[in-house]
Design a binder for this molecule. Structure first.
Ligand SMILES: Nc1nc2c(ncn2[C@@H]2O[C@H](COP(=O)(O)OP(=O)(O)OP(=O)(O)O)[C@@H](O)[C@H]2O)c(=O)[nH]1
Ligand SMILES: [Mg+2]
Length: 458
Protein backbone atom coordinates (compact mmCIF):
# COMPACT_ATOMS: atom_id res chain seq x y z
CA UNK A 1 0.00 0.00 0.00
CA UNK A 2 2.79 2.41 0.91
CA UNK A 3 4.43 1.88 -2.45
CA UNK A 4 1.16 2.40 -4.25
CA UNK A 5 0.64 5.66 -2.40
CA UNK A 6 4.03 6.98 -3.31
CA UNK A 7 3.56 6.27 -6.97
CA UNK A 8 0.07 7.74 -6.97
CA UNK A 9 0.71 10.95 -5.10
CA UNK A 10 4.16 11.42 -6.51
CA UNK A 11 5.20 12.98 -3.24
CA UNK A 12 7.90 12.28 -0.70
CA UNK A 13 7.51 9.45 1.83
CA UNK A 14 7.12 12.15 4.49
CA UNK A 15 3.91 13.30 2.79
CA UNK A 16 2.29 9.88 3.03
CA UNK A 17 2.86 9.26 6.73
CA UNK A 18 -0.62 9.02 8.23
CA UNK A 19 -2.11 12.16 9.72
CA UNK A 20 -5.26 12.83 11.71
CA UNK A 21 -7.31 15.92 12.61
CA UNK A 22 -10.69 16.96 13.84
CA UNK A 23 -12.26 18.69 10.82
CA UNK A 24 -15.27 20.11 12.60
CA UNK A 25 -15.11 22.80 15.31
CA UNK A 26 -13.53 21.97 18.67
CA UNK A 27 -16.74 22.17 20.67
CA UNK A 28 -19.38 19.75 21.82
CA UNK A 29 -22.03 19.26 19.14
CA UNK A 30 -24.34 16.55 17.86
CA UNK A 31 -21.63 15.08 15.65
CA UNK A 32 -17.93 15.56 14.94
CA UNK A 33 -15.88 14.56 11.91
CA UNK A 34 -12.31 13.27 12.20
CA UNK A 35 -10.22 12.85 9.06
CA UNK A 36 -7.20 10.68 8.37
CA UNK A 37 -5.00 10.58 5.33
CA UNK A 38 -1.91 8.55 4.56
CA UNK A 39 -0.49 5.29 3.45
CA UNK A 40 -1.94 2.82 5.94
CA UNK A 41 -4.98 4.52 7.41
CA UNK A 42 -7.26 1.67 6.34
CA UNK A 43 -5.17 -1.00 8.12
CA UNK A 44 -4.94 1.16 11.24
CA UNK A 45 -8.70 1.73 11.24
CA UNK A 46 -9.37 -1.99 10.87
CA UNK A 47 -7.27 -2.51 14.03
CA UNK A 48 -9.52 -0.09 15.92
CA UNK A 49 -12.89 -1.48 14.89
CA UNK A 50 -14.46 -4.76 15.73
CA UNK A 51 -13.05 -7.32 13.42
CA UNK A 52 -16.19 -8.45 11.62
CA UNK A 53 -16.79 -4.97 10.13
CA UNK A 54 -15.68 -4.57 6.50
CA UNK A 55 -14.82 -1.18 5.08
CA UNK A 56 -15.59 -0.84 1.39
CA UNK A 57 -14.51 2.31 -0.46
CA UNK A 58 -17.07 5.16 -0.51
CA UNK A 59 -19.56 3.23 1.63
CA UNK A 60 -20.63 4.65 4.95
CA UNK A 61 -20.20 1.87 7.53
CA UNK A 62 -21.43 1.72 11.09
CA UNK A 63 -18.69 0.47 13.40
CA UNK A 64 -17.76 0.20 17.06
CA UNK A 65 -14.50 2.06 17.53
CA UNK A 66 -12.31 0.80 20.35
CA UNK A 67 -9.17 2.06 22.05
CA UNK A 68 -5.90 0.15 22.24
CA UNK A 69 -7.13 -1.67 25.37
CA UNK A 70 -10.15 -2.94 23.45
CA UNK A 71 -12.57 -0.65 25.29
CA UNK A 72 -15.41 0.83 23.23
CA UNK A 73 -14.93 4.56 22.56
CA UNK A 74 -18.02 5.23 20.45
CA UNK A 75 -20.31 3.85 17.80
CA UNK A 76 -19.28 5.76 14.69
CA UNK A 77 -19.74 5.81 10.96
CA UNK A 78 -16.70 5.46 8.74
CA UNK A 79 -16.16 6.28 5.09
CA UNK A 80 -13.00 4.95 3.50
CA UNK A 81 -11.77 6.53 0.25
CA UNK A 82 -9.17 4.63 -1.68
CA UNK A 83 -6.28 6.43 -3.34
CA UNK A 84 -6.29 8.23 -5.69
CA UNK A 85 -10.05 8.83 -5.51
CA UNK A 86 -10.00 11.00 -2.41
CA UNK A 87 -9.61 14.68 -1.54
CA UNK A 88 -5.89 14.29 -0.79
CA UNK A 89 -5.25 11.69 -3.45
CA UNK A 90 -4.11 9.32 -0.69
CA UNK A 91 -6.04 6.68 1.21
CA UNK A 92 -8.40 8.54 3.51
CA UNK A 93 -10.72 7.63 6.35
CA UNK A 94 -13.47 9.94 7.61
CA UNK A 95 -14.97 9.11 10.97
CA UNK A 96 -18.21 10.69 12.14
CA UNK A 97 -18.56 10.22 15.87
CA UNK A 98 -20.83 11.69 18.54
CA UNK A 99 -19.69 15.25 19.03
CA UNK A 100 -18.25 15.15 22.54
CA UNK A 101 -14.72 16.52 22.61
CA UNK A 102 -13.82 13.73 25.06
CA UNK A 103 -14.79 11.13 22.47
CA UNK A 104 -12.85 13.02 19.80
CA UNK A 105 -9.75 13.12 22.00
CA UNK A 106 -10.01 9.40 22.80
CA UNK A 107 -10.29 8.49 19.10
CA UNK A 108 -7.35 10.70 18.17
CA UNK A 109 -5.29 9.25 21.06
CA UNK A 110 -6.03 5.70 19.88
CA UNK A 111 -4.69 6.52 16.40
CA UNK A 112 -1.71 8.36 17.87
CA UNK A 113 -0.96 5.17 19.80
CA UNK A 114 -0.67 3.46 16.42
CA UNK A 115 1.83 6.03 15.16
CA UNK A 116 -0.50 8.50 13.43
CA UNK A 117 0.51 12.11 13.94
CA UNK A 118 -1.64 15.21 14.26
CA UNK A 119 -2.12 17.06 10.98
CA UNK A 120 -0.74 20.55 10.64
CA UNK A 121 -3.03 23.39 9.60
CA UNK A 122 -3.96 23.06 5.92
CA UNK A 123 -2.08 19.79 5.54
CA UNK A 124 -4.95 17.89 3.89
CA UNK A 125 -5.29 20.68 1.31
CA UNK A 126 -1.52 20.71 0.83
CA UNK A 127 -1.62 16.99 0.07
CA UNK A 128 -4.49 17.59 -2.38
CA UNK A 129 -2.41 20.30 -4.05
CA UNK A 130 0.67 18.07 -4.27
CA UNK A 131 -1.45 15.30 -5.75
CA UNK A 132 -2.60 17.74 -8.45
CA UNK A 133 -6.21 17.64 -7.24
CA UNK A 134 -6.41 21.42 -7.10
CA UNK A 135 -4.16 24.42 -7.65
CA UNK A 136 -3.18 26.97 -5.03
CA UNK A 137 -6.00 29.34 -6.02
CA UNK A 138 -8.59 26.60 -5.51
CA UNK A 139 -7.05 25.47 -2.21
CA UNK A 140 -7.05 29.06 -0.99
CA UNK A 141 -10.67 29.45 -2.14
CA UNK A 142 -11.80 26.47 -0.05
CA UNK A 143 -10.05 27.94 2.97
CA UNK A 144 -11.72 31.32 2.35
CA UNK A 145 -15.14 29.71 1.94
CA UNK A 146 -14.84 28.29 5.43
CA UNK A 147 -14.08 31.65 7.02
CA UNK A 148 -16.07 33.97 4.74
CA UNK A 149 -18.50 36.11 6.69
CA UNK A 150 -20.55 37.55 3.87
CA UNK A 151 -22.28 36.28 0.78
CA UNK A 152 -20.19 38.32 -1.70
CA UNK A 153 -16.92 36.76 -0.55
CA UNK A 154 -18.57 33.36 -0.31
CA UNK A 155 -19.87 33.61 -3.89
CA UNK A 156 -16.47 34.51 -5.25
CA UNK A 157 -14.66 31.89 -3.15
CA UNK A 158 -17.10 29.27 -4.46
CA UNK A 159 -16.43 30.41 -8.01
CA UNK A 160 -12.66 30.24 -7.45
CA UNK A 161 -12.96 26.80 -5.86
CA UNK A 162 -14.67 25.59 -9.04
CA UNK A 163 -11.75 26.90 -11.08
CA UNK A 164 -13.14 30.22 -12.42
CA UNK A 165 -10.14 32.34 -11.50
CA UNK A 166 -7.63 29.56 -12.29
CA UNK A 167 -9.13 29.51 -15.78
CA UNK A 168 -8.77 33.29 -16.10
CA UNK A 169 -5.12 33.04 -15.06
CA UNK A 170 -4.37 30.23 -17.47
CA UNK A 171 -5.88 32.36 -20.26
CA UNK A 172 -3.57 35.21 -19.22
CA UNK A 173 -0.61 32.81 -19.29
CA UNK A 174 -1.67 31.59 -22.73
CA UNK A 175 -1.96 35.16 -23.97
CA UNK A 176 1.49 36.04 -22.59
CA UNK A 177 2.95 32.93 -24.22
CA UNK A 178 1.37 33.99 -27.54
CA UNK A 179 2.80 37.47 -27.14
CA UNK A 180 6.24 36.00 -26.45
CA UNK A 181 5.94 33.98 -29.62
CA UNK A 182 4.88 37.06 -31.61
CA UNK A 183 7.80 39.10 -30.29
CA UNK A 184 10.11 36.23 -31.23
CA UNK A 185 8.63 36.20 -34.74
CA UNK A 186 9.25 39.95 -34.91
CA UNK A 187 12.84 39.22 -34.01
CA UNK A 188 13.22 36.92 -36.96
CA UNK A 189 11.77 39.30 -39.54
CA UNK A 190 13.78 42.19 -40.69
CA UNK A 191 11.01 43.73 -42.82
CA UNK A 192 9.88 47.00 -41.25
CA UNK A 193 6.16 46.56 -42.07
CA UNK A 194 5.88 43.26 -40.32
CA UNK A 195 7.66 44.54 -37.22
CA UNK A 196 5.27 47.54 -37.07
CA UNK A 197 2.20 45.33 -37.39
CA UNK A 198 3.45 43.00 -34.66
CA UNK A 199 4.19 45.95 -32.40
CA UNK A 200 0.68 47.38 -32.72
CA UNK A 201 -0.92 44.01 -32.00
CA UNK A 202 1.34 43.42 -29.01
CA UNK A 203 0.56 46.86 -27.57
CA UNK A 204 -3.17 46.35 -27.83
CA UNK A 205 -3.02 42.84 -26.31
CA UNK A 206 -0.91 44.12 -23.43
CA UNK A 207 -3.29 47.01 -22.83
CA UNK A 208 -6.33 44.75 -22.67
CA UNK A 209 -4.56 42.43 -20.22
CA UNK A 210 -3.64 45.44 -18.06
CA UNK A 211 -7.28 46.62 -18.18
CA UNK A 212 -8.48 43.19 -17.07
CA UNK A 213 -6.04 43.14 -14.13
CA UNK A 214 -7.05 46.68 -13.24
CA UNK A 215 -10.69 45.55 -13.11
CA UNK A 216 -9.76 42.68 -10.79
CA UNK A 217 -7.90 45.06 -8.49
CA UNK A 218 -10.64 47.72 -8.44
CA UNK A 219 -13.33 45.15 -7.70
CA UNK A 220 -11.25 43.97 -4.75
CA UNK A 221 -10.68 47.36 -3.14
CA UNK A 222 -13.23 46.55 -0.45
CA UNK A 223 -11.60 43.22 0.41
CA UNK A 224 -10.39 44.36 3.82
CA UNK A 225 -13.85 45.63 4.66
CA UNK A 226 -15.46 42.40 3.49
CA UNK A 227 -13.08 40.24 5.51
CA UNK A 228 -13.74 42.08 8.75
CA UNK A 229 -16.88 41.62 10.78
CA UNK A 230 -18.02 45.21 11.44
CA UNK A 231 -19.18 46.32 14.89
CA UNK A 232 -22.65 47.85 15.02
CA UNK A 233 -23.39 49.57 18.33
CA UNK A 234 -26.86 50.38 19.60
CA UNK A 235 -26.81 53.52 21.75
CA UNK A 236 -29.63 55.53 23.28
CA UNK A 237 -31.43 56.74 26.37
CA UNK A 238 -32.81 54.24 28.89
CA UNK A 239 -35.98 52.51 27.66
CA UNK A 240 -35.51 53.68 24.08
CA UNK A 241 -36.04 50.08 22.93
CA UNK A 242 -32.37 49.18 22.34
CA UNK A 243 -32.58 45.64 23.66
CA UNK A 244 -35.85 45.07 21.80
CA UNK A 245 -34.16 46.10 18.55
CA UNK A 246 -31.08 44.01 19.40
CA UNK A 247 -33.31 40.94 19.83
CA UNK A 248 -35.19 41.70 16.60
CA UNK A 249 -31.99 41.98 14.57
CA UNK A 250 -30.63 38.76 16.10
CA UNK A 251 -33.90 36.91 15.66
CA UNK A 252 -33.75 35.57 19.23
CA UNK A 253 -34.55 36.96 22.66
CA UNK A 254 -30.97 37.35 23.81
CA UNK A 255 -31.32 40.53 25.92
CA UNK A 256 -33.75 41.22 28.75
CA UNK A 257 -36.45 43.68 27.71
CA UNK A 258 -38.54 45.50 30.29
CA UNK A 259 -40.37 48.76 30.76
CA UNK A 260 -38.07 49.52 33.69
CA UNK A 261 -35.49 52.10 32.85
CA UNK A 262 -31.89 50.91 33.18
CA UNK A 263 -32.49 47.22 32.43
CA UNK A 264 -29.32 46.59 30.44
CA UNK A 265 -26.10 47.00 32.45
CA UNK A 266 -23.26 44.93 30.96
CA UNK A 267 -23.15 45.33 27.22
CA UNK A 268 -24.16 42.33 25.12
CA UNK A 269 -22.40 41.37 21.91
CA UNK A 270 -23.65 38.84 19.34
CA UNK A 271 -22.98 37.99 15.75
CA UNK A 272 -25.77 38.06 13.23
CA UNK A 273 -26.18 38.15 9.47
CA UNK A 274 -27.87 41.16 7.89
CA UNK A 275 -28.60 40.82 4.16
CA UNK A 276 -25.90 38.15 3.91
CA UNK A 277 -23.27 40.24 5.74
CA UNK A 278 -22.09 39.14 9.15
CA UNK A 279 -21.94 41.88 11.80
CA UNK A 280 -21.15 42.07 15.51
CA UNK A 281 -24.17 43.67 17.12
CA UNK A 282 -23.75 45.31 20.52
CA UNK A 283 -26.53 46.29 22.93
CA UNK A 284 -25.61 48.82 25.63
CA UNK A 285 -26.90 50.40 28.81
CA UNK A 286 -29.13 53.46 28.36
CA UNK A 287 -27.17 56.71 28.64
CA UNK A 288 -28.61 59.29 31.04
CA UNK A 289 -29.25 62.94 30.26
CA UNK A 290 -26.80 65.52 31.72
CA UNK A 291 -29.33 66.55 34.33
CA UNK A 292 -30.47 63.00 35.14
CA UNK A 293 -28.80 61.49 38.16
CA UNK A 294 -28.44 57.92 39.19
CA UNK A 295 -27.21 56.69 42.52
CA UNK A 296 -27.06 53.18 41.13
CA UNK A 297 -23.33 52.47 40.80
CA UNK A 298 -23.95 49.45 38.58
CA UNK A 299 -26.04 51.48 36.14
CA UNK A 300 -23.36 54.18 36.09
CA UNK A 301 -20.68 51.57 35.37
CA UNK A 302 -22.84 50.23 32.50
CA UNK A 303 -23.09 53.74 31.04
CA UNK A 304 -19.33 54.20 31.33
CA UNK A 305 -18.82 50.93 29.41
CA UNK A 306 -21.29 52.00 26.72
CA UNK A 307 -19.49 55.31 26.25
CA UNK A 308 -16.15 53.54 25.93
CA UNK A 309 -17.54 51.37 23.13
CA UNK A 310 -18.47 54.33 20.89
CA UNK A 311 -14.99 54.80 19.33
CA UNK A 312 -14.72 51.05 18.60
CA UNK A 313 -17.89 50.95 16.46
CA UNK A 314 -17.95 50.86 12.66
CA UNK A 315 -21.56 51.98 12.76
CA UNK A 316 -23.71 53.44 15.54
CA UNK A 317 -27.48 53.13 15.73
CA UNK A 318 -28.64 56.03 17.87
CA UNK A 319 -32.08 54.99 19.05
CA UNK A 320 -34.55 57.55 20.40
CA UNK A 321 -38.12 57.08 21.63
CA UNK A 322 -40.36 59.17 19.29
CA UNK A 323 -41.92 60.87 22.33
CA UNK A 324 -38.64 62.22 23.65
CA UNK A 325 -36.44 65.10 22.59
CA UNK A 326 -32.92 64.18 21.50
CA UNK A 327 -30.67 63.73 24.50
CA UNK A 328 -28.04 66.47 24.72
CA UNK A 329 -25.58 64.19 26.50
CA UNK A 330 -25.81 61.52 23.75
CA UNK A 331 -25.62 64.12 20.98
CA UNK A 332 -22.48 65.41 22.63
CA UNK A 333 -20.96 61.92 22.83
CA UNK A 334 -21.80 61.15 19.20
CA UNK A 335 -20.71 64.50 17.73
CA UNK A 336 -17.33 63.16 16.47
CA UNK A 337 -19.04 60.09 14.99
CA UNK A 338 -21.82 61.69 12.95
CA UNK A 339 -20.64 60.18 9.69
CA UNK A 340 -20.94 56.69 11.13
CA UNK A 341 -24.24 57.21 12.99
CA UNK A 342 -27.76 56.32 11.87
CA UNK A 343 -30.46 58.19 13.79
CA UNK A 344 -33.31 55.79 14.56
CA UNK A 345 -36.66 56.84 16.01
CA UNK A 346 -38.26 53.96 17.89
CA UNK A 347 -41.79 52.80 18.67
CA UNK A 348 -43.22 53.93 15.35
CA UNK A 349 -46.39 51.93 16.05
CA UNK A 350 -47.32 54.53 18.66
CA UNK A 351 -47.45 57.37 16.13
CA UNK A 352 -49.91 57.82 13.31
CA UNK A 353 -47.58 58.12 10.39
CA UNK A 354 -44.07 57.11 9.48
CA UNK A 355 -41.57 59.88 9.92
CA UNK A 356 -38.69 58.61 7.82
CA UNK A 357 -36.47 61.37 6.54
CA UNK A 358 -32.98 61.81 5.21
CA UNK A 359 -31.66 62.34 8.71
CA UNK A 360 -33.39 59.45 10.43
CA UNK A 361 -35.35 56.26 10.02
CA UNK A 362 -38.38 55.26 12.09
CA UNK A 363 -38.84 51.71 13.31
CA UNK A 364 -41.09 49.57 15.41
CA UNK A 365 -40.32 46.09 16.58
CA UNK A 366 -43.97 45.40 15.80
CA UNK A 367 -43.49 46.32 12.12
CA UNK A 368 -41.17 43.88 10.34
CA UNK A 369 -41.08 46.09 7.23
CA UNK A 370 -39.46 48.90 9.23
CA UNK A 371 -36.82 46.52 10.61
CA UNK A 372 -36.11 45.37 7.07
CA UNK A 373 -35.59 48.98 5.99
CA UNK A 374 -33.22 49.51 8.90
CA UNK A 375 -31.26 46.38 7.92
CA UNK A 376 -30.95 47.76 4.38
CA UNK A 377 -29.70 51.09 5.72
CA UNK A 378 -27.15 49.34 7.94
CA UNK A 379 -25.67 47.25 5.14
CA UNK A 380 -25.78 50.18 2.70
CA UNK A 381 -23.86 52.34 5.15
CA UNK A 382 -21.33 49.62 6.02
CA UNK A 383 -20.69 48.60 2.43
CA UNK A 384 -21.28 51.63 0.19
CA UNK A 385 -19.82 50.59 -3.19
CA UNK A 386 -20.32 46.94 -2.94
CA UNK A 387 -19.42 44.56 -5.69
CA UNK A 388 -18.19 41.01 -5.79
CA UNK A 389 -14.40 41.08 -5.45
CA UNK A 390 -12.48 39.19 -8.15
CA UNK A 391 -9.68 38.54 -5.65
CA UNK A 392 -10.31 37.02 -2.26
CA UNK A 393 -6.92 37.00 -0.51
CA UNK A 394 -4.18 39.56 0.07
CA UNK A 395 -1.78 37.16 -1.65
CA UNK A 396 -3.89 37.32 -4.81
CA UNK A 397 -4.07 41.14 -4.63
CA UNK A 398 -0.28 41.40 -4.21
CA UNK A 399 0.48 39.08 -7.12
CA UNK A 400 -2.05 40.69 -9.47
CA UNK A 401 -0.63 44.16 -8.60
CA UNK A 402 2.88 42.86 -9.30
CA UNK A 403 1.71 41.38 -12.61
CA UNK A 404 0.03 44.63 -13.65
CA UNK A 405 3.20 46.63 -12.89
CA UNK A 406 5.24 44.12 -14.87
CA UNK A 407 2.92 44.36 -17.89
CA UNK A 408 3.03 48.17 -17.77
CA UNK A 409 6.83 47.87 -17.87
CA UNK A 410 6.61 45.56 -20.87
CA UNK A 411 4.24 47.97 -22.61
CA UNK A 412 6.73 50.81 -22.00
CA UNK A 413 9.51 48.72 -23.54
CA UNK A 414 7.38 47.89 -26.57
CA UNK A 415 6.33 51.53 -27.01
CA UNK A 416 9.94 52.66 -26.74
CA UNK A 417 10.76 50.06 -29.41
CA UNK A 418 13.43 48.61 -27.19
CA UNK A 419 15.42 45.45 -27.55
CA UNK A 420 13.03 42.60 -28.30
CA UNK A 421 15.12 40.10 -26.39
CA UNK A 422 14.59 42.20 -23.29
CA UNK A 423 10.82 42.23 -23.97
CA UNK A 424 10.81 38.43 -24.23
CA UNK A 425 12.66 38.20 -20.92
CA UNK A 426 10.13 40.49 -19.24
CA UNK A 427 7.20 38.53 -20.67
CA UNK A 428 8.69 35.32 -19.32
CA UNK A 429 8.92 36.95 -15.91
CA UNK A 430 5.25 37.96 -16.19
CA UNK A 431 4.34 34.32 -16.88
CA UNK A 432 6.31 33.28 -13.79
CA UNK A 433 4.31 35.81 -11.74
CA UNK A 434 1.05 34.23 -12.98
CA UNK A 435 2.35 30.84 -11.96
CA UNK A 436 2.93 32.12 -8.44
CA UNK A 437 -0.85 32.42 -8.21
CA UNK A 438 -1.53 28.81 -9.12
CA UNK A 439 1.46 27.71 -7.03
CA UNK A 440 3.50 26.42 -9.97
CA UNK A 441 6.43 28.77 -9.51
CA UNK A 442 6.31 29.06 -5.73
CA UNK A 443 9.05 27.79 -3.44
CA UNK A 444 8.26 24.95 -1.04
CA UNK A 445 8.68 27.30 1.92
CA UNK A 446 6.18 29.83 0.56
CA UNK A 447 3.80 27.04 -0.33
CA UNK A 448 3.96 25.52 3.14
CA UNK A 449 3.59 28.95 4.76
CA UNK A 450 0.47 29.57 2.66
CA UNK A 451 -1.13 26.27 3.64
CA UNK A 452 -0.30 26.80 7.33
CA UNK A 453 -2.68 29.78 7.31
CA UNK A 454 -5.59 27.40 6.64
CA UNK A 455 -7.68 25.73 9.33
CA UNK A 456 -6.55 22.54 11.04
CA UNK A 457 -8.40 19.59 9.54
CA UNK A 458 -8.72 21.27 6.12
N1 LIG B 1 -44.87 49.86 21.41
C1 LIG B 1 -43.59 49.59 21.35
N2 LIG B 1 -42.90 49.30 22.46
C2 LIG B 1 -41.58 49.03 22.36
C3 LIG B 1 -40.92 49.03 21.14
N3 LIG B 1 -39.61 48.73 21.36
C4 LIG B 1 -39.49 48.56 22.69
N4 LIG B 1 -40.66 48.75 23.31
C5 LIG B 1 -40.94 48.66 24.73
O1 LIG B 1 -40.14 49.63 25.40
C6 LIG B 1 -39.74 49.15 26.69
C7 LIG B 1 -38.22 49.25 26.81
O2 LIG B 1 -37.64 48.36 25.91
P1 LIG B 1 -36.14 47.85 26.03
O3 LIG B 1 -35.83 47.15 24.76
O4 LIG B 1 -35.92 47.11 27.29
O5 LIG B 1 -35.39 49.23 26.08
P2 LIG B 1 -33.84 49.54 26.32
O6 LIG B 1 -33.50 50.71 25.51
O7 LIG B 1 -33.04 48.31 26.11
O8 LIG B 1 -33.85 49.93 27.86
P3 LIG B 1 -32.62 49.94 28.90
O9 LIG B 1 -31.90 48.65 28.77
O10 LIG B 1 -33.29 50.08 30.18
O11 LIG B 1 -31.79 51.10 28.56
C8 LIG B 1 -40.25 47.73 26.79
O12 LIG B 1 -41.47 47.73 27.51
C9 LIG B 1 -40.50 47.34 25.35
O13 LIG B 1 -41.51 46.36 25.21
C10 LIG B 1 -41.68 49.31 19.96
O14 LIG B 1 -41.21 49.33 18.83
N5 LIG B 1 -43.01 49.59 20.13
MG1 LIG C 1 -31.76 47.28 27.30
Amino acid sequence: MAKLQLSVTNSSSKMSEPIIALSTAYQNAALAVIRLSGSNVLDLTIKLIQSETRLNPKVQTLANLINLDGKLIDQVTIVYSKAPRSFTGEDMVEITCHGSMLIVEQIIEAYQGLGVRLAKAGEFSQKAYLAGKLDLIQAEAISEMIVSNNSLLLDQARDQMLGGFSHEISSVIQELADLTARVNVGLDFSEEDLVDLTNTQIRSSLQSLIDQLEFDLISSQNLELLKNTPRVLIIGSPNAGKSSLFNQLLGINRAIVSDQSGTTRDYLESQTTLNGMMVNLIDTAGILEFDQDSTDQIELEGIRLAEQLIPTADLILHLRDHRLQPSASIQNLLKPYQSSTIEVISKLDQVDQSVNSKSHISISIKRPESIKQLKNQITARLYPHLQKPSLITHRQVEIISKLKTKLIDVLDLVQADLDQELIVLELEQAIAICQELTGKSVSDQVLTATFRQFCIGK
